[in-house]
Every structure is written in C-alpha cells, then in structure tokens.
Ligand binder design. Structure first.
Ligand code: SAM
Length: 337
C-alpha cells in the first residue's frame, strides 16, 4: 500500500536522518565539547545504553519507509565507535537509501577509510577549522596539529570517498586564516564555512562572535588574484550550503544558520546515541525510541510513534533566535552534529 507523504505542521517532508553513534570524541573543541566541561570525570554514556547496530539498522529502515533518503553518521566522533564499518554495511544495504555519509574530525581516517568505503560509505565531511597549528591546536582543545586532519582527508580521497570540508568560523579566533585555508584546500575538496551557532549550553556564544557568511565571502575574494564568485543554483530543495564557484571552478559553500536560517526547508531528524529522536538541533528534549525498541514494539507501533512525532513538528528555532540564545538545549556531541 502506498503511504501518503509524511509532512510536519509546516509542510516539511522527512528526508534526512542523522544518526549519532557515540557521545564520545577524541577532540575537545572549545565551541562544542570544551575540556572544562567534558573533562576526565565527565560521565559519558555507558556502552549498554548505546543503540546496538541491529537497533540502528531497524530504525533506519523504518525512517526510510517514511521518506528518508539520506543517512549521515555522526557523534561525538563516529569513528570511535568500534566496528563502524559493520554498521555502514548494514545501512548501505537498505533499499531506498540514496546517500550514506559521515561527519568526522578525520583523525582516524588513515586507518579506517578503506574499510568504510568498501562497506558502502559514499562521502565524508571532515571538520577542519584552521591550518594554523597554533589556532587549530587551541580550538581543538588538545593541541592536535592540522596535518593530522589533512592526512585523514588524503586517506579519504585515496580510498575513493567523496570529501567536503567543514570550517566553523568564530570571530577573533580563526577568522583571520579563512582565505589561506580555502586557497590551500579548494583543489582537493569544497570547503563549507559555517556560521558559529549557539548549539549546546557551554560555548559562550554571542552574536558578536558570528562572522556573517557575506563577510566570509568578501574575505575570500579580498585581492585581485582571487576571482569573483558565481552563486550556484541549489542541487535540491533544503540544501543547507549556499554554493558559490570561482572562475576556475572551485566550489565554496556558506552555511548561514544564524544570519539566513533555513528552517523552512529543514527535512532533518536526528537520533542520539542512546536512541532519542530530535526534530531540531536546538531542541531541549527528544522522544525515547530505545524503550519501545527494547520493550518489544512492533514495526507498526514504531512507525506510528515516528510519524506522530514528525507530524506534530513545529520547530524553527534558528528563525526565532534573535540576539538571545536559549539555555536549555541538548549538547551537540550528544544529539549528533
Ligand atoms: N566529531 C565529528 C566532527 O568533528 O565533524 C562529528 C560531530 S561534530 C559535532 C559535527 C560538526 O558540528 C563539526 O563540523 C563541528 O565543527 C560542527 N559544530 C560543532 N559545534 C558547532 C557550533 N557551535 N557552531 C557551528 N558548528 C558547530
């Protein structure tokens, strides 16, 4: 029987599912998991509380039957989850999945990229905020050198994975080196500059620390060597990055979550590592899917639950944010970035 298209209260379909596979990370980025909060005594989720691969696969299959076409693994740092390529293989086999991607800091890709590719992963988005060792070391909280991420990017490309690079821009922190970063990486992969967001409750966000995308683009084109940019037509409805191309065909993406929010087209659901369903990155609470999963719920019961949550969805936080942030948001490392 053909199911009518599931849409939320604002008419938005469900197309993307982000799956967090762990709340742990091997970096302590100051804007995401600052070491002062996520220190040696921080209580991460015990392994038995994490969704198993069987549970994730089952949920993903149900989400696909409700309209999801793109799956993205995230975290925390997804590559820290043991046997990740087994999960990738399970998800890659699901009928109806058009894209299977992962967001990662890239550090473990030299070891894992070939297996992930062989298991069916198509693309990685690698986060890299600066090529300046001093700046990057300070931002990642552990003094890790950018070369380690560059090695991960190289390994992903060698393995045949599609690669994009994510750079979060914070005024007064890494905004001086954006052009250098883009010039150094543009031939390898499209770079997407992301406006610093008020995710979580610990990153000291305020409007002054946001560099608007329009300013980022102006800085990239700041001298006569750098070409004028053409803006590209979105590939699909709901594409979050506004893409631009220089005269030599290099692409740059701008994700303006603060100055030009895209809630109106947001077709994304997120499952946390413990199986809570969130319909907005800035949500305060989610819907527990693990209890029904472990309590013997049938597929039909789970589908009713999932479609009920999506059908009632009204979230549009970024459009409502204004100058002030709300203080009760779930952490990004928990919900999955
Ligand atoms: N550990 C992986 C990584 O580093 O890509 C995946 C999880 S991380 C939370 C996902 C993405 O969210 C990264 O690109 C990170 O830079 C971005 N991010 C985290 N906090 C952010 C913030 N406050 N504003 C904008 N982007 C943020």
């Amino acid at each position: 029987m053909l199911r009518p298209m599931l849409v939320d209260q604002l008419g938005r379909p469900l197309r993307d599912l982000r799956i967090s596979v762990t709340d742990r990370c091997n970096l302590r980025c100051t804007y995401c998991m600052p070491a002062s909060v996520f220190g040696p005594d921080y209580a991460f989720v015990p392994r038995s509380d994490l969704l198993t691969f069987e549970e994730i696969e089952r949920l993903a299959r149900l989400f696909v039957s409700l309209g999801v076409r793109k799956l993205r693994l995230t975290g925390g740092e997804p590559t820290l989850r043991r046997d990740l390529s087994d999960l990738v293989a399970r998800l890659a086999r699901l009928e109806g999945v058009q894209d299977l991607a992962m967001t990662t800091n890239g550090l473990l890709l030299p070891r894992l990229a070939p297996d992930l590719k062989a298991a069916g992963l198509r693309r990685v988005t690698v986060s890299l905020d600066s090529l300046d060792p001093q700046v990057f070391g300070q931002m990642n909280g552990l003094g890790i050198h950018p070369q380690q991420v560059l090695d991960g990017i190289e390994a992903a490309l060698q393995a045949g994975l599609g690669v994009k690079i994510n750079t979060v821009v914070q005024r007064g922190v890494n905004d001086q080196g954006l052009r250098e970063l883009w010039l150094a990486l543009r031939a390898q992969a499209p770079v997407r500059f992301i406006e610093f967001m008020d995710v979580g409750n610990h990153n000291g966000w305020n409007m002054d620390s946001v560099v608007p995308s329009s300013e980022v683009l102006a800085r990239l084109g700041a001298d006569s060597e750098t070409p004028v940019f053409d803006s590209l037509v979105p590939d699909y409805r709901g594409e979050v990055a506004a893409r631009h191309r220089d005269a030599q065909g290099h692409e740059v993406g701008l994700i303006s979550s603060v100055t030009a929010p895209f809630c109106g087209d947001c077709s994304r659901a997120r499952i946390s590592a413990v199986g809570a369903l969130y319909t907005c990155l800035f949500a305060s609470s989610g819907t527990d899917l693990r209890a029904p999963l472990r309590g013997g719920a049938s597929d039909a019961e789970l589908l009713t639950l999932l479609s009920g949550v999506w059908g009632r969805r009204t979230d549009r936080y970024s459009e409502e944010r204004g100058e002030q942030t709300r203080q009760t948001k779930v952490e990004m490392s928990y919900i999955g970035g």
